[in-house]
Design a protein around this ligand. Sequence first.
Ligand SMILES: [Zn+2]
Length: 263
Amino acid sequence: MNNYTPEALIITAGAGMSAESGLSPLWEKENLHSFFQPAKNKNIDFTELGQPKWFLTDPGFAWGFYGKRALIYSEAKPHDGYHNLLNWGKSLPLGCSVITSNVDGLFKKTDDTINLEEVHGSAFYVQCTRNCHKSIWKLNLSEIELLKTGEASKYPRCSKCGHAARPNILMFNDHNWNPERANQQRKKLNNWISSLKGKNVLILEIGAGTRVPTIKLTSLGLQNKLKAKMIIVNPIKEVAPSTESFHIQSNTIDGINELLSIV
Ligand SMILES: [Zn+2]
């Protein structure tokens, strides 16, 4: 990366980015069950719980999980890494954009003006579970009430059909996900990306996992398309995918500080 001056920054971020803001990933069954007791009672894992069918069959159960997450996300504060990174990115001649699989809204909370694509949607937007009309609207947190059991006694409903609403989050086996909001974000981002051909672009991939490799595949695709350099910040030892890639084996905040000290 010596003598390389990026003109634009694309941040691609997975769950590791949020972990140091107190939002622990829920992939491990033990973590999931201590976070949401009703999942323990049913002895189900994250891929089973994260399916839209629960909003049809048992919306109080489904909203217990997604409602708790939305309430916690709304209280979470972006760590310094978010602020430092976006400040640096915005100071570059061609600016920066963010692509994230996180649904917690922390990038938007850090800077509402940032060009952002939330590829898996957002916990702060909802749609009809049956997608009976094509609207996506903002979640009103006061419409959620959680019981001591962990399930929800009150949750948002579709104003047209009266059935439970659901978060506009891409779930597993999800045939009713309304991608309109994510598509609009992507369109705006793609316009910017198409203006970057021939420029010095740095892709910064942070905290991306391999279980659902959306972010890793996105980073690689963009690197090939733009012939960009890539820096990967991840605490797990991994092989950099090309000679144009550089791996900082570190947690998120330290990794971002290290990056900012060398660019
Ligand atoms: Zn409806």
